[in-house]
Design a protein around this ligand. Structure first.
Ligand SMILES: [Zn+2]
Length: 922
């Protein structure tokens, strides 16, 4: 015993000697002392991060901020983060700050580049090499190897995408400093062989709002479940879904994509916090089979290397399986994997701030579930598994510095691997890019055609412009296209697969065939753009598409037109979402909607077409909005009603503003005016005097309506969300002296009065539990599916039962694709079936894309119900017609509700003829 203890002691001394010998630089002794103090157990750190070199003239984070990274109760605002990086760049020729645009709220977005002095000086040269490898057309293997010999990979780090995950933006400052100044061999090698780029904070608006919130409410937090919620907003519209913005709707996220496509980093590494103690993504099943097989070897190569290094340092709780899979391409960092790079991802253990807190991993709660959840993720953190050879301890005191130590050690290990194998990384990047082009030449489908002449080309433009944003080449056919798959008119949009991002085009446009129904997935199982947009997108099996002559499309603009001459303009209802924009842009114009289709001369006017006095202004807006119209000599003889824009309110809870945010985004995009209201306005009453339509976007989740009504649990002390001189980022998008308590029963009564007095209440998705559960719709019930049911956002068919109802203006098919929203299983008694406007067939055949287990459970259930109540009505959508800026094909139903709220028909007396499908007792 004695001998071995002595041996151990001398080995430890030797280890310390080696660590010191690696660095001949003067060391910051205060750093070492404080970091040791803040690190709650000796095994929660590593020799890579327990010391900090000093470099004359180059500021450390403390020199600029006044505190060390990982200091208790210190979080840094973006302005100070940027101030640090700019000071570092000013002092070191190894560092450069690159602009990357501005956020919704006008904050800067910056990327920090670090490498050796020569590399940073010639950064544009290295950018050119990577661009060459990213698009290797015209480059043979020898040529590629000559480029690779000179090139260096960019390792692109991203922190702060999720605002409550506060550690990464702090850690990255310390990492940047080390990378700039540390003269030990490892750091010399990283600087020589790799260009490190850092997104200083990926969501700057949310960062500042969260830091405000932390300083206002959370610095006194001592227990892990303190009952203080997060701030009501991060970014302008959404929270976590900034990592689900597959169509890059959000300005900030779009800017990162533009930056990525300018620099082509072969590796992107997204730093999150939610799991103890460090989870490193290994790309588990289900995997998207269209992505390059090399990627699926690279991911565990990196994660296993990190695990081996960190286990070698004696750090417990590192694991790399049973969490996130490789199915959805919609996560922000997937911009890398989607473009032949490699997405890497961590979850470390955060406290939602910088307090040191006792955490219990055996209890439920954030990151602490003792057993994996239903999706097989998380949980079991204290159990040994093959992918977690040394689990985390059951209870632990956890600090921001521990979190920093874990992240930074992991990232430095990844940079060690990258610097050892920088040429392999580049070679793989080149091969993945080349393989993408070749797979488009050798494997069907060989491309996609979006035929010209579709009823509504604005939704075709929506798809084409997102493909273009993603760097995918789209061409316009110069003549009619004759293929085995069909003949398409000149002007059709053509996506050929033999291009660098041809694989991504396939992933976005194809029907998702989920590989193994026994596997759960972390997010959506389907996203097929044509189905989501209700646009015609044809998959092409004929290789001849690769030779179709096209002219390249930069941005697709659909020019609208007014045919003919006459005092009355009829704007065709072709399903274009911009029809609602037209009415909002010309509020002073009297529009009327025709209630039946009619033919005037050689013009067919579908029902819902708008009539208005002809004018130059009207014509000009029609042209700008891509609408089609005909000018008529006189009003057609057909039933019609006046279009009266409603006084519209959108209700949001204080706890769950995100699904509301997506609806707000869509309404803002289409220029629909509304008031965003909260419980305060509802409880105030007199709603009918202020509003005609109140829209409650999906809120409350499967838990039902109780959480919608009662929202954040009051804990005796009010929690204000308002702007103060100290906290300027709070109180935006609404304010409240106390965000807890919800509308409560008094609020329910006010909403009931609103409907009784003639208001139109519209509920979407999970919010449609509310009217049934609180009795606003007396005969409609809301049930939950069984525990076997699993529908992670598949696309299914829905059947329109009352095609003449105004909410279906612009829809011509009897069945339409719907993104299944997980709303309630609505039930109406047989006598009230006439209230059902749309229902789910619920057959296996009706699942159009993605995974749906238990589809029979929705058979015959209503997708939309229109319930007249008192003087008003409640319109329940079990669907969500404004989901994450994806299902643009469904948005028309919401737009029609808004345009035609005052002319919705009485329910039909008899049940509609084709209600049959499995209606049964529903
Ligand atoms: Zn996250």
């Amino acid at each position: 015993m004695k001998v071995s203890r002595a041996v151990a002691a001398s080995l430890m001394a030797l280890g310390a000697a080696i660590a010191l010998a690696q660095s001949t630089q003067p060391q910051d002794e205060e750093f070492a002392r404080l970091v040791k103090e803040w690190t709650t157990r000796p095994e929660f750190t590593s020799p890579l991060v327990d010391h900090l070199p000093k470099a004359a003239g180059v500021p450390s984070p403390k020199d600029v901020l006044g505190y060390y990274v990982g200091a208790p109760k210190k979080l840094t605002y973006t302005a100070d983060i940027y101030r640090y990086y700019r000071a570092l760049a000013a002092a070191s020729k190894r560092v450069r700050v690159l602009p990357a645009g501005r956020t919704d709220e006008g904050r800067e977005q910056i990327v920090v580049a670090i490498g050796d002095e020569d590399t940073i000086r010639d950064l544009d040269t290295y950018k050119g090499y990577l661009a060459r490898l990213a698009d290797p057309r015209g480059l043979d293997d020898d040529g590629a190897h000559r480029v690779i010999a000179q090139a260096k990979p960019i390792y692109f780090l991203m922190g702060g995408l999720h605002s409550s995950e506060t550690g990464p933006p702090e850690m990255l400052m310390e990492l940047a400093y080390r990378l700039a100044v540390d003269s030990s061999p490892l750091f010399e090698q990283i600087r020589r062989n790799v260009i490190v780029m850092i997104i200083a904070t990926a969501e700057p608006d949310g960062r500042d709002r969260y830091v405000d919130w932390y300083y206002r409410y959370k610095t006194t937090q001592e227990a892990e479940n303190d009952g203080i919620p997060g701030p009501p907003y991060w970014g302008k519209y959404i929270y976590h879904d900034n990592n689900r913005d597959i169509n890059f709707s959000q300005v900030t996220m779009r800017n990162w994509l533009k930056f990525y496509l300018e620099w082509h980093p072969p590796i992107m590494h997204d730093l999150h916090e939610s799991q103890p103690l460090l989870y490193t993504f290994s790309g588990q099943a289900p995997q998207n089979p269209t992505l390059d097989p090399i990627l699926y070897a690279e991911l565990p190569w990196f994660s296993n290397f990190e695990m081996s290094k960190m286990l070698g340092y004696g750090m417990p709780g590192v694991w790399d399986h049973a969490y996130v899979d490789m199915w959805s391409p919609g996560y922000l960092g997937f911009m890398s994997s989607n473009h032949n790079g490699m997405l890497r991802m961590y979850e470390t253990f955060g406290n939602g701030g910088a307090n040191t807190i006792k955490r219990n991993l055996d209890r439920g709660g954030e990151g602490g579930a003792a057993a994996p959840d239903a999706a097989g993720r998380g949980g079991g953190m204290t159990a040994r598994e093959w992918y977690r050879p040394v689990p985390a301890p059951h209870q632990l005191l956890w600090s921001m510095r521990n979190n920093t130590n874990y992240m930074e050690t992991g990232v430095l290990s990844a940079l060690e691997l990258t610097s050892n194998f920088s040429k392999t990384v580049l070679e793989n990047f080149y091969k993945k890019s080349r393989n993408s082009i070749e797979s488009g030449r050798n494997e069907a489908p060989f491309g996609y055609v979006l035929p010209a002449g579709q009823r509504d080309m604005t939704r075709v433009a929506f798809i084409v412009n997102i493909l273009r944003l993603q760097g995918i080449e789209v061409g316009r056919a110069t003549a009619a296209v004759k293929l085995k798959d069909g003949t398409f008119p000149a002007g059709s949009l053509v996506v050929k697969r033999d291009q660098p991002y041809g694989r991504l085009a396939k992933i976005l446009l194809e029907t998702q065939k989920y590989p193994d129904a026994s596997l759960r997935t972390y997010d959506d199982a389907a996203w097929t753009m044509g189905l989501m947009s209700h646009a015609d997108v044809r998959e092409i099996g004929d290789k001849a598409i690769l030779d179709v002559p096209v002219t390249p499309v930069n941005t697709l603009q659909i020019a609208g037109e007014v045919k003919g001459d006459g005092p009355v303009t009829a704007i065709l209802e072709n399903g274009a979402n911009s029809l609602v924009t037209l009415v909002y842009r010309l509020k002073d114009v009297k529009f009327e909607a025709i209630e039946q289709p009619v033919t005037v001369g050689d013009a067919d006017l579908p029902s819902g077409s708008l009539l208005a006095p002809s004018s130059a202004r009207l014509k000009s807006e029609i042209e700008k909005l891509g609408l089609r119209a005909v000018a008529l000599a006189a009003q057609p003889d057909v039933a019609r009603h006046a279009v009266a824009l409603p006084r519209l309110a959108v209700f949001s809870n204080w706890s769950g503003t995100q699904d509301v945010g997506w609806v707000r985004y869509a309404l803002d995009h289409f220029e629909v005016n509304y008031d965003l209201i909260y419980k305060e306005r509802i409880r105030q009453g007199g709603l009918k005097a202020s509003y005609d339509v109140i829209l409650i976007p999906s809120q409350g989740g499967r838990g039902g309506a109780k959480s919608l009504v009662f929202d954040i649990e009051p804990k005796g002390k009010p929690i204000a969300y308002d702007k103060t001189p100290q906290f300027k980022s709070l109180g935006i998008y609404g304010e409240s002296p106390d965000i807890t308590g919800g509308m409560g029963l008094p609020g329910v009564l006010e909403l009931d009065k609103f409907v009784q007095q003639g208001g139109v209440l519209v509920t979407l998705g999970a919010a449609s539990y509310f009217p049934p559960e609180f009795g606003l719709t007396r005969t409609v019930d809301a049930a939950r599916p069984s525990s076997q049911f699993y529908a992670p956002g598949p696309i299914v068919e829905a059947e329109i039962l009352r095609p003449s109802h105004p909410i279906f203006y612009g829809y011509t098919d009897k069945t339409i694709p719907i993104r299944y929203a997980g709303g309630p299983l609505l039930r109406v008694p047989q006598d009230d079936r006439r209230l059902v406007l749309m229902q789910y067939p619920g057959t296996e055949k009706s699942v159009l894309s993605g995974l749906f287990k238990g589809v029979a459970e929705i058979r015959g259930h209503p997708a939309i119900v229109d319930v007249p109540t008192g003087q008003g009505r409640v319109l329940l959508f079990a669907t969500n017609p404004a989901y994450r800026w994806q299902n643009l094909g469904e948005f028309g139903m919401l737009a029609n509700t808004i345009l035609h709220w005052s002319s919705l028909p009485k329910p039909e007396a008899a049940a509609p003829a084709h209600q049959a499908t499995g209606a049964g007792e529903q």
